[in-house]
Design a protein around this ligand. Structure first.
Ligand SMILES: [Zn+2]
Length: 227
């Protein structure tokens, strides 16, 4: 395997700008990613975040601000980015498909709480997932947990969709999976172009969903008002 490390100078970063392009399904991680404990990471991030705040001119001796570096650090490690650590991956218990159910199963309106890796600003929206079981079925809430696990990382929406798809295809032992995500990116609505209304939709699929009819059935179900 050849590892190519590309370093960009500031000008190149500006040029790439908001083109949220990703070429690999895996989140790029350092080999040392889990050498430190969560507590050690929180301590280090707390220090660096306090430096950012001071650089912005904020007075950290103020009661309201003094706890912010710790709160941000804890929020990053334990909540927003907890999905970086494979230890936090939910157990995906799959069961034998005893009923022989072999039609589409749809899990829709799953909350997405993620953050864009280019600006560390929220991505919020919904995921809709469907699969056609072969020999295995999965507990419904497990799909929600899996979506949440991959969302809790600095992300690009395309990669998030693909990570969920790939994992479900492997866990369920079938290619017949489809994942749709519609989300708002705060980096688009609150800065840059400041478009408040646009949403971004990604659709990834394999197996039977390569056929238009299967995708149409799925999209039809998604369109129905949910109870
Ligand atoms: Zn962004």
């Amino acid at each position: 395997m050849i590892n190519v490390v590309l370093k960009m100078d500031e000008k190149e970063i500006e040029l790439i700008g908001d083109n949220h392009i990703s070429h690999n399904t895996d989140t790029p991680m350092l080999p040392t990613a889990f050498d430190k404990t969560d507590a050690e990471k929180i301590k280090t991030i707390e220090y660096h975040f306090s430096e950012i705040m001071k650089e912005l001119g904020l007075d950290l001796s103020d009661d309201s601000l003094s706890g912010t570096p710790y709160r941000v650090a804890k929020m990053y490690v334990k909540e927003l980015f907890s999905g970086l650590n494979p230890e936090n991956k939910p157990q995906l218990s799959v069961f034998e498909n005893k009923y022989g159910y072999n039609k589409m199963l749809v899990d829709q309106n799953i909350n997405i709480d993620s953050a864009c890796e280019h600006h560390f600003l929220p991505i919020t929206g919904f995921a809709h997932v469907a699969y056609v079981p072969k020999n295995k079925v999965i507990g419904l809430s497990k799909i929600n947990r899996l979506v949440d696990y991959y969302a809790r990382r600095p992300q690009v929406q395309e990669r998030l969709s693909m990570q969920i798809l790939k994992d479900l295809q492997e866990s369920l032992d079938t290619e017949d999976v489809i994942v749709m995500i519609s989300a708002k990116h705060l980096c688009v609505s609150s800065r840059g172009i400041k478009d408040k209304n646009s949403t971004t939709t990604t659709l990834v699929y394999g197996g039977c969903f390569e056929k238009k009819q299967y995708r149409a059935d799925f999209l039809n179900i998604i369109d129905q008002p949910s109870t």
